[in-house]
Design a protein around this ligand. Structure first.
Ligand SMILES: *Cc1c(COP(=O)(O)O)cnc(C)c1O
Length: 311
């Protein structure tokens, strides 16, 4: 019998059975529009608010600091463009890195066409930014630092706390694309001085088509899509109630089981590295040996010389 082993959880994950089970009633039974005041509408509204609390709790935020979106890409767009639009008088310079996901890179490129200045930081051979380069890139006009929490290809985790401190000290907003990190790493937006954070349900066993953006209370950011007043006027469009219920359940499960899963993943990863290096000495590990997502292992093959295969 053929058995498929799926190895690309950085690209997407399946929806957990338990997550799917909580979502199903919101497609057919509790289908109310959350903006209405009668019973099934209120049921939807309550389900959304429950999920908002679940998402907030997972990252140390407050429920009213969470905005639901349609995906990680939309959260990145809303964060970056929303800050730029809402803080024009403060400056027009953004600092990011050369290894961001296209959702951030192409958002920055689009803004450059509108007169925003962008600095793209280099990374070293492990995929890490240099704190010195970050500090020397700051200008009086810098309004936003947007640096990913962990990379989607090599899994390298950036020094988020240090970046957050630098941003705070210089009175600059700090956004992190945490789409790979949420559900895989312990995150505390206050301890790390993160002002905005993007996540996406389908990267941690939730459904595709739903994301969330955390924005620290009191920060001015503007909507990028015109329409109704959903999500406190920041994200127009009838809420994807089932999807929102799914992302809330998925994040709750991910953090409930985090320590256990991390331990298992690290054991598996180390075993995998050991066996591969023993059998294929020319294989190199891409990214940082320790500062990497537990689930992430990307290998490099220069020339493959087969030894006696002991797999
Ligand atoms: C997957 C991913 C995104 C995009 O999320 P979508 O929900 O697929 O739009 C953004 N950033 C990173 C780092 C990702 O891994």
């Amino acid at each position: 019998m053929n058995k498929t082993i799926y190895f690309d959880h950085a690209a997407t994950t399946k929806v957990k059975d338990e997550v799917l089970k909580t979502m199903i009633p919101y497609f057919s039974l509790n289908y109310g529009n959350a903006s209405t005041l009668y019973k099934i509408g209120r049921t939807s509204k309550m389900a959304i608010e429950k999920s908002r609390a679940q998402v907030a709790r997972a990252i140390g935020a407050k429920p009213y600091e969470i905005y639901f979106t349609s995906c990680g890409s939309e959260s990145d767009n809303l964060a970056i463009k929303g800050i730029v639009k809402g803080n024009k008088e403060k400056g027009n310079h953004i600092i990011t890195t050369k290894i961001e996901h296209p959702a951030v890179l192409n958002t920055c490129k689009a803004l450059e066409k509108e007169g925003i200045e962008v600095t793209y930081l280099n990374v070293d051979k492990y995929g890490l930014i240099s704190i010195e380069e970050l500090i020397s890139s700051i200008k009086p006009t810098t309004i936003l630092i947007t640096i990913m929490y962990a990379n989607n290809e090599i899994g390298t985790i950036q020094p988020i706390k240090e970046i957050g401190n630098i941003a705070k000290k210089n009175n600059i907003f700090f956004h992190t694309d945490a789409v790979q990190a949420v559900g895989n790493l312990k995150i505390d937006v206050n301890k790390s001085n993160i002002d905005l954070l993007s996540m996406s349900g389908h990267k941690f066993y939730g459904p595709k088509g739903v994301g969330a953006l955390y924005v620290r209370d009191g920060i001015d950011f503007e909507r990028i899509q015109d329409g109704g007043s959903q999500e406190k006027g920041k994200r127009a469009g009838t809420e994807n109630v089932a999807g929102i219920v799914g992302i809330g359940k998925a994040i709750e499960i991910a953090y409930k089981d985090l320590d256990k899963n991390t331990k298992k993943l690290l054991e598996l990863r180390e075993y995998c590295i050991e066996q591969i290096q023993k059998n294929f000495p020319d294989v190199k590990i891409n990214g940082h040996r320790e500062k990497r997502l537990p689930r992430e292992l990307q290998l490099f093959i220069f020339k493959l010389k087969f030894r006696r295969n002991t797999f």
